[in-house]
Ligand binder design. Sequence first.
Ligand code: V4E
Length: 234
Amino acid sequence: MNVEVERKFVCDPDIHTKLKDIGAICIGQKRFQDQYFDSPDFDLTLKDFWLRCREGCWELKCPVPKMTYNIQKDSQAEGLCSRYKEITSLPEIKAELTKVLAEGLAHRIGNCNENTESDVGAAVCDTMDNWLRERNLTCFAKYTTERCSFSLAEEGVEGVVHVDLDQADFGYCVGEIEILVPDGGDIQAALHRIERTADKLGLCGGQRVQGKMDVYLQRHNPDHYSKLLAAHIL
Ligand code: V4E
């Protein structure tokens, strides 16, 4: 299971030239549609869990507690980067969601021992659609992205940095510098490497940059958006 560490940035018109100048190689362009799912009370996203179907492939992004990796609090990258554990196996996604939803349920009904985790996960479902329906999880965001991907190697450093330039179909562009860290790998080193790449690209400013979801929800579901802001998720 990988941890995705990433920093978003505002794309300026020179970004392609800058990427070329620092030795990044364009590895392709693709277009994909994403659908995100949650309950009517936002039980997943208010806990920072993001369930997505991208062109038929399921993924659950789960929050990684910052203290887990003993990351320096004063690092600039620390403040600007996000990190999520990515689960792509359907049985593991269902198991994790069952746990998260059961916690929410237990929280709402106090210490009632009925409707526990095993009850929530017990139903036998033939398809993911049915599984979601039984848990009242529906699509709350749907958009298409045109993505141009780059890969950047560094001399003497293992692995690559990925840079994605995304153009969403609702008219928002954003860049991402991203490193996939294998489970148990060095998150701190990834944060430093992202910071070095950002410096090389001349990205300045310590401002958090909005992702596609921020802008989508702001426009399409301001109630969901303000709840996420209030919970410090976005
Ligand atoms: C984790 C998350 C969301 C899910 C998708 O996020 P994002 O990485 O922006 O999408 P995308 O299309 O680039 O996915 P990829 O191809 O990299 O898998 S939507 C909102 N969040 C939370 C979040 C956050 N709190 N802070 C930042 C900087 N990003 C996302």
